[in-house]
Design a protein around this ligand. Structure first.
Ligand SMILES: [Zn+2]
Length: 152
């Protein structure tokens, strides 16, 4: 049993750190967000491929009062880049958190996501769908007001 302060089994509304004014403050109740290491499922979209990535990172900030999670886009972006997507025009989205405690003890030795041990994924709730933006100039993106035209 992995003891976490923030229960992974709760469905949380997710925001990227750059969608809210202050990534340390809950966008709904203004509480101070708390950082905790969790395991997430990230989808990397590269042309026609979608590659799922299960990765632990400490880019998640949780609200102690409401079901809100803020993900640090830079950290997730770096994880996605670390998978070496074959083209630079990839996108990524963070679909949910993995509830490791939902894996029965007798299956704990199995690799996650094999046939006998499906991922206990708790999906995030998203209000908007601004998930796809990732450009190589991440970090500088904030300063340019230019919109990227969507391909048909
Ligand atoms: Zn809150």
């Amino acid at each position: 049993m992995i003891k976490k302060k923030f229960d992974a089994s709760i469905h949380r509304k997710m925001f990227w750190s750059d969608e809210i004014p202050n990534k340390k403050i809950c966008p709904e109740c203004n509480s101070k967000l708390e950082n905790e290491y969790h395991t997430y499922v990230i989808l990397i979209k590269n042309k026609n491929d979608v590659i799922p990535l299960i990765a632990g990172h400490d880019g998640g900030y949780f609200c102690p009062k409401c079901p809100i999670i803020v993900l640090d886009r830079e950290i997730v972006s770096e994880l996605a880049l670390a998978t070496n997507p074959p083209s630079t025009s990839f996108g990524f989205t963070s679909v949910g958190i993995v509830d490791l405690n939902a894996i029965p003890p007798e299956k704990a030795h199995l690799p996650i996501d094999c046939d006998d041990n499906p991922i206990p994924l708790v999906e995030f709730i998203r209000e908007s769908s601004k998930d796809n933006s990732n450009k190589k100039d991440r970090g500088k993106r904030r300063n340019s007001g230019r919109k990227h035209r969507k391909r048909k």
